[in-house]
Write a protein that binds this ligand. Structure first.
Ligand code: F6R
Length: 251
């Protein structure tokens, strides 16, 4: 695992975007695994800037998002479909047929899960998966206790995750109770993983994450330890509680 320390969320966005756009230029038909939430906003902004300034093209790129709320569709502004449109898709030359977000409105959700894993396989697997981390160590919507070998599946969100995401909804009770998420098994099949962590409210999770020397189910992000190509970009606030823990991580 490689740890890149940056000053703040802005620098994090610049660094993460440059790693992603380098890959896009190197492999113009790459499969990018994308995340939503607060942390990647600057990353997407810098990707859009790079697209305009340097003409980095996404015409042959394929993307697969990590997750979506069950019950929310493209037209719902809180859906992850809508988030991706608002922050990235509408600004770049990625054809609509080439971006994929799990279908939280499918009538047969189990089937939608199986279809999503098959889609990823058909695309040739994920070249780079972008991840954020929850305060309880979740990745995607894989909450503590999740299996590390499971594929895309339906999860019941924990109260802490619903509370953390309530900021985007007009009423806390509007946060959906379930989501469809790539499983940790799906995530670990990605050839490269880029975990971005920012802010004081992630400091405790970051400290814990760096303490693990082997994967343990009570902290989903610890699954990444078993992956051969993980880069973590974290800012000063996120690393503010990690002292000793970050020594020994290759830089
Ligand atoms: C988002 C996702 C989540 C977030 C995590 C951190 O697609 O799967 O795991 O990455 O909850 O969210 P933020 O960045 O809002 O702190």
């Amino acid at each position: 695992m490689k740890l890149i320390e940056v000053k703040n969320r802005e620098e994090l966005g610049i660094k993460a975007a440059s790693l992603i756009s380098d890959l896009v230029r190197r492999k113009p038909d790459a499969v990018l695994g994308l995340a939503t939430g607060g942390t990647p906003v600057e990353t997407y902004r810098h990707l859009v800037e790079d697209h305009h300034a340097n003409r980095t093209s996404y015409r042959k790129i394929r993307t697969v998002n990590l997750d979506e709320y069950v019950g929310l569709g493209t037209s719902d502004s809180n859906s992850y479909h809508a988030y991706m449109e608002a922050h990235l898709f509408r600004f770049i030359d990625l054809p609509a047929a080439q971006h994929h977000v799990p279908d939280g409105q499918a009538l047969d959700l189990d089937r939608a899960c199986r279809d999503y894993d098959q889609l990823i396989d058909r695309l040739g697997g994920i070249d780079l998966q972008l991840l954020g981390i929850g305060r309880n160590g979740h990745i995607g919507f894989n909450e503590p206790g999740s299996s590390f070998s499971i594929g895309t599946h339906i999860v019941r969100l924990t109260e802490s995750t619903r509370a953390a995401n309530a900021r985007y909804f007009s009423r806390p009770e509007d946060v959906p109770e379930r989501a469809i998420t790539m499983g940790i098994g799906t995530i670990l099949k990605s050839r490269q993983i880029l975990l971005i962590v920012s802010g004081k409210n992630k400091a405790e999770a970051m400290k814990q994450f760096l303490k693990y020397s082997k994967p343990e189910n009570d902290f989903p992000a610890s699954a990444l330890i078993s992956h051969p190509d993980v880069t973590v970009i974290a800012d000063e606030e996120a690393l503010s509680l990690a002292g000793q823990e970050r020594a020994g991580i290759s830089k």
